[in-house]
Design a protein around this ligand. Structure first.
Ligand code: NAP
Length: 471
């Protein structure tokens, strides 16, 4: 495949092989872009921004709406591609395409809604006779760096609001799942995005990513990925805006009054969707001691019932992890927990990039499975006795993306909403819940800024004040 650089589809002698994680078969190759390619993209994006600035809000709305129509027609092709390159089940892939369509449509609507506000100058002692307002204007060139797990919808959360606001965008997709980003380039070009205003540069994060992040002509970096890379980008980015959507080890509190029939099977699917490689996967479950045995027994039974295998089969519930080395890493973390006193109740068997859903109980806090982001098909279930203890356990993390609580007690629900350190608290559902219009993002080391088209567009524009002196 070719990458989209400065309005042209180009290839390079050096390529990156993209493989199906299930059987390691070669899906395609993409150019291994270089520092020079990144610099070319930045140069072209300056021109692209000038083109974007000329478009009216209605034209930006129309282009993005047309992109949604084209995507709709290519729905199944996109789903198959996503399933093959990420390893997510075909039904998870169809779900991602449906959500990306939502994100695109919401962003198109935002193009028409983006406005400033009147400023009440005469409310100030020296403001008499002055009237005015502020406008929201685009920033310029925005670099979008995306992770492997949702190559379509998480790219869309950056690209569509950026274009809706009138910016130019350079996408640097993850090197293991770059194909979907290239297809998105085809769709946006066909929809009529000015040719220099959207580019897809494939290539290593260390070289292409670094160059894009450090260049002063880039006005914003919007990054989704690991905490480690996010922190490194914050150090390198210099004088430009950044939003960071990073990792998590999300927790759920199951109170003694929880409706277990409502909680199941959500609490199980929340842990193993996309083989646990979702930033808001359920990783830590804290169950009140009175319910612990019942909860664990039911959990293990349901986890064992999930069909693991080829992601393209309609009845598969848990597909492969992104690479075989990841299953080995997760197994090592489970073993470390067991050596420290935890119990493995089921799962954890490895076959290539596949791992059966693992359930670990009584996991100590000082092991990686508790303290870090597991990002795999494993969950830990621990017990607690007081509500304050449950809150304290939930907050015992460097992360704070989303958390969940199952309770019928209004006081506990509200107390958790106030006390849990996370960007979102989901009451009576799993932390894995997200719809694309809500403000989404992390506290602590889970991120900076919020996504969701109407929130993103604010981050991707700046305020320009206009004041008329009528004295
Ligand atoms: P990653 O290793 O951090 O990579 C993310 C992106 O950063 C890739 O495109 C990567 O390129 C690029 N990159 C690597 N080094 C770079 C550098 N020095 N400068 C600029 N870019 C660089 O993350 P991942 O393994 O793909 O994704 C998993 C992580 O993403 C998890 O931590 C997960 O929680 C997080 N995530 C967060 C959210 C959220 O919304 N909060 C959503 C999804 C995922 P290469 O692929 O070429 O290395």
């Amino acid at each position: 495949m070719k990458m989209l650089l400065a309005g042209e589809w180009v290839d390079r002698d050096q390529v990156i092989e993209v493989k199906n994680p299930y059987d390691d078969s070669l899906l395609n190759t993409v150019p291994k872009g270089t520092r020079e390619d990144a610099l070319t993209a930045i140069e072209a994006a300056q021109e692209g921004f000038m083109e974007m600035k000329k478009l009216t809000a209605y034209e930006r709305f129309s282009i993005l709406s047309k992109a949604a129509q084209i995507m709709e027609k290519r729905r199944e092709e996109l789903s198959q591609t996503l399933s093959k390159e990420v390893g997510k089940t075909i039904n998870e892939a169809r779900g991602e395409v449906a959500r990306a369509l939502q994100t695109l449509t919401l962003s198109a609507e935002e193009a028409k809604k983006l406005t400033g506000k009147e400023v009440r100058f005469d409310g100030a002692p020296t403001g008499g006779g002055k009237v005015g307002l502020y406008l929201r204007v685009p920033l310029g060139t925005i670099v979008a760096i995306t992770p492997f797990n949702f190559p379509l919808n998480l790219a869309m959360h950056k690209i569509a609001p950026a274009l809706a606001a009138g910016n130019s965008v350079i996408l640097k997709p993850a090197s293991v799942t770059p194909i979907t980003g290239i297809l998105l380039g085809e769709i946006l070009m066909e929809a009529g995005v000015p040719s220099m205003a959207f580019q897809v540069v494939t290539g290593p994060g260390g070289e292409v990513g670094d160059t894009l992040v450090e260049d002063e002509r880039v006005k914003m970096v919007t990054f989704t990925g690991s905490r480690e890379v996010g922190k490194a980008i914050m150090k390198k980015k210099g004088y430009k805006r950044a939003t960071m959507e990073l990792g998590s080890n999300s927790a759920i509190i199951i109170c003694e009054d929880a409706q277990l029939d409502k909680a199941f099977p959500r609490v199980v699917l929340g842990a193993y969707a996309l083989a646990g490689q979702v930033c808001i996967s359920v990783q830590r479950i804290f169950v009140h001691e009175s319910l612990f045995d019942t909860f664990v027994e039911r959990y293990v039974e349901e986890a064992k019932g999930l069909k693991v295998g080829n992601q393209l089969m309609e009845d598969t519930k848990v597909g492969p992890m992104i690479e075989e080395k990841e299953t080995k890493r997760v197994k090592e973390w489970i073993d470390e927990a067991i050596n420290a006193g935890a119990q493995l109740l089921c799962g954890g068997e490895i076959q290539g990039a596949l791992m059966s859903p693992a359930v670990v109980t009584r996991c100590p806090r000082n092991v990686r499975l508790f303290a870090k982001e597991a990002f795999g098909p494993v969950v830990l279930i621990n017990t607690y006795s007081t509500f304050d203890e449950a809150i304290e356990l939930t907050n015992d993390s460097v992360y704070g993306l989303q958390a969940g609580i199952y309770t019928q007690n209004l006081y506990k629900a509200w107390h958790a909403a106030r006390e849990v350190e996370a960007g979102g608290i989901i009451i009576n559902d799993v932390p894995t819940f997200r719809v694309d219009l809500m403000p989404y993002g992390g506290m602590k080391e889970s991120g900076i800024g919020r996504e969701g088209p109407s929130y993103t567009i604010e981050e991707m524009t700046e305020i320009k004040l206009v004041c008329f002196d009528l004295n």
